[in-house]
Design a binder for this molecule. Structure first.
Ligand code: AMP
Ligand code: MN
Ligand code: MN
Ligand code: MN
Length: 289
């Protein structure tokens, strides 16, 4: 294991078995320290269920890891599915609990409809398969992807999305997520910062991306992800310029789901000069207490 005194990286976007990650919260916090992450946000899809288990493991094992309670909320904006990360939230805030309950109900309903569509395409058993893989966590298209791979329908997650789960494909069902305004409002009620996740991954033209960032900023959104581990250098500097232009703080995160050769906790996470890190606000507040 690496020396925890060198665990200095902030990784503010990651998943566990509480949604579509493959590692338990306990395994994830140990892996974070191994990868020199000193501050880790767990941001499962529409769920905060991993946070108590992660906290308990950090205390039990005496890990020098600063855990940030987080969540990744799915929203609908202009017919696009936009993910809003909440960082440093109170997971017991009633407004948050209510929103996540509604989102999880949407996930269950959509899962049943996805399975119906796949059944019509002669792929039976998808609901049972996806729920088995979700194992009580928030059910996502990621679980359907794993089920379809198990069934030999495709070899990779990317292929299975292209063939079955992306918009317009056999297993696609338009979701009923909350709005961006609702997500920001509830994140703020819970004391957290609202962050646009992976702005480069929505297939938006530059014009639409700018529209999204302007809208998010006008709604009181706080930050945007600028650094991820798989990114062209010009994308990172472009996103940093947008953060400055739209008056947003900058965040960084791996969006780690499972061990794989390309995406790893803490990998290639740094912010270009000129932006303000989202974590400054809460780290400064902690110093003055
Ligand atoms: P959902 O929130 O249920 O729509 O599921 C979204 C999740 O599916 C994402 O967080 C990713 O983990 C995964 N996903 C979505 N699109 C792709 C893709 N093209 N390739 C691989 N994974 C994807
Ligand atoms: Mn995911
Ligand atoms: Mn996402
Ligand atoms: Mn994510």
């Amino acid at each position: 294991m690496s020396d925890p005194s060198f665990a200095i990286i902030h990784d503010l976007h990651s998943h566990t078995t509480a949604s579509d990650g493959l590692l338990t919260p306990e395994a994830l916090v140990h892996r974070a320290l191994d990868k020199r992450v000193g501050t880790l946000a767990i941001t499962d899809h529409d769920s905060v269920a991993a946070i108590p288990a992660a906290r308990a493991e950090i205390a039990r094992a005496g890990l020098a890891l600063n855990l940030i309670a987080g969540v990744e909320i799915s929203t609908l904006w202009e017919n696009h599915e936009i993910h809003i990360v909440g960082l440093n939230i109170d997971i017991d805030c009633p407004q948050m609990t209510a929103l996540l309950e509604a989102q999880l109900a949407c996930r269950q309903q959509r899962a049943a409809l996805i399975a119906e569509r796949l059944e019509k395409a002669n792929i039976p058993g998808a609901l049972e398969g996806a729920l088995r893989l979700a194992d009580g966590g928030a059910v996502t298209r990621g679980h359907f992807a794993r089920f379809l791979i198990e069934q030999g329908k495709a070899n990779t997650v990317a292929d299975v999305f292209k063939k079955y789960l992306a918009r317009g494909k056999t297993g696609y069902v338009p979701p009923q997520w909350c709005t961006i305004e609702q997500a920001i409002d509830v994140i703020h009620h819970s004391g957290g910062k609202a962050v646009i996740a992976h702005p480069g991954r929505y297939n938006l033209s530059a014009k639409w991306l700018k529209r999204l960032l302007a809208f998010f900023s006008e709604c009181g959104g706080d930050a945007m992800e600028v650094a991820q581990c798989q990114q062209a250098p010009d994308e990172r500097s472009q996103l940093a310029a947008y953060a400055q232009h739209y008056n947003l703080l900058a965040s960084q995160g791996s969006d780690f789901h499972q061990p794989c050769p390309w995406i790893e906790l803490g990998r290639k996470l740094w912010l270009p000069a000129g932006v303000t890190p989202v974590w400054e606000s809460w780290e400064k507040a902690a110093q003055t207490v």
